[in-house]
Structure formats: structure tokens, C-alpha cells
Design a protein. Structure first.
Length: 207
């Protein structure tokens, strides 16, 4: 079974179990989710209209956050490998103008936008592919985001600098290694945010 299919099955199961909730997308709280979302705002226009891809959108929680934070018009497209997540998100938001949700069968299917973000998309590993296969999928997703983002793209991940004892089903990465790999693949125009939460890092690349 491919890594993408295993990820889809995992989140389909969580969507059916937890429904429209932070538990379905594996966040510990709304507050932690919003804190991660906030790190992307400085890289988005403050007044001009823009387009944005939300990669691994889950139930679409980034959309209402963005609508509150950004008064201008923008075009939002949420992508996910999980059909159940896309169903939940579409049910809530798909009636709105300039909002759409698309089910991915491959990360290569992302459409073009000015910006792309992935928040919490790479945090989970329990019941998912082995680390090597999961990292391959992560970097393939980031490469697709780089190809389809005209202005910039960003994502967050958990730092192994504050990794708790024992395995808790989450993926912890070495920030220096992720930055090194990212600069090699996507260029040196990278911003690092790592002071907003002890276990979290946000990286942003300009195109």
C-alpha cells in the first residue's frame, strides 16, 4: 500500500470517528491550532487580494481563521488526501465564493496559487507509513507546493529539540536538517520562525 493511501485511510478513519473537530485533524486544542496559523500571516498581503492553497486542509479550519485575519478578498483552495475530510470541509464552506475543496489522489495534482501553506500536515505518524516513506511523501508534497506557488509557501513541523520521552505517535524532525534539505531543493530565501512554541517550527520560502 502506498504512503499516500495509508495517510488517506488514517484521516478517513479519524474523520468518521471524531467528525468536525480538532481531534479529527490531530490538534490538541483550538488555541494551539490558531497559534500555528498565525505564523503564516506576516507572509501574506495585508491589503491586496491573493490566492492561497491550503495543503492538508483537513476540515478547512484555516479558512475561517484567514477570513477573520484578512479583510480583503482572496481565493482559497483546500486540498486533502482524505475524502472524508474533504466532505466535511465542503459541507461547511463550499457554498462561499472563491472557496473550493479538492480531493487529491497525488500531491502532484495541486493547482497554481500565489501562496501555499501546510499546517500540521506533517505532524502525525501513528498508523502511518514508516519514517523513511513518510519523509519521502513530505518532501514530495513540499516540492509540489514549491512548483505551484508563485510568491511563497510555508509549513510547520515538530522540532526534535524538545521531543518528549517515549513514542507518542508524532513526527519530530531536526530543524537544521529540514532547513538544509529545503534550501538545497527550494533555494536560500527561507525565513525561520521558532520562538512562538517550544516544540514547533515554521519555515517559509519565497519563490
Amino acid at each position: 500500500m502506498s504512503a499516500q493511501r495509508r495517510v488517506a485511510q488514517h484521516y478517513n478513519r479519524d474523520a468518521l470517528t471524531y467528525g468536525d473537530s480538532v481531534e479529527a485533524v490531530n490538534w490538541s486544542s483550538r488555541e494551539n491550532q490558531a497559534l500555528r496559523f498565525a505564523q503564516f500571516l506576516p507572509f501574506l498581503p495585508s491589503q491586496e487580494p491573493f490566492s492561497i492553497n491550503d495543503v492538508g486542509c483537513g476540515v478547512g479550519d484555516f479558512l475561517p481563521y484567514l477570513q477573520q485575519a484578512c479583510p480583503q478578498e482572496f481565493r482559497y483552495t483546500g486540498y486533502d488526501l482524505s475524502a472524508e475530510m474533504i466532505t466535511l470541509a465542503s459541507r461547511k464552506y463550499d457554498h462561499q465564493p472563491d472557496v473550493s475543496f479538492q480531493l487529491l489522489s497525488s500531491v502532484g495534482e495541486l493547482g497554481v496559487a500565489e501562496y501555499s501553506i501546510a499546517s500540521g500536515t506533517f505532524n502525525r505518524r501513528r498508523r502511518l507509513p514508516g519514517r523513511r516513506h513518510y519523509l519521502r511523501l513530505m518532501y514530495a508534497t513540499l516540492a509540489a507546493m514549491a512548483r505551484t506557488s508563485r510568491v511563497g509557501f510555508g509549513f510547520n513541523f515538530l522540532s526534535d529539540k524538545q521531543k518528549p520521552r517515549g513514542y507518542n505517535g508524532l513526527l519530530y524532525l531536526n530543524p537544521a536538517e529540514v532547513i538544509r534539505q529545503g534550501k538545497k531543493a527550494f533555494g536560500s530565501k527561507c525565513e525561520v520562525l521558532n520562538r512562538y512554541h517550544e516544540t514547533d517550527v515554521t519555515l517559509w520560502w519565497y519563490r
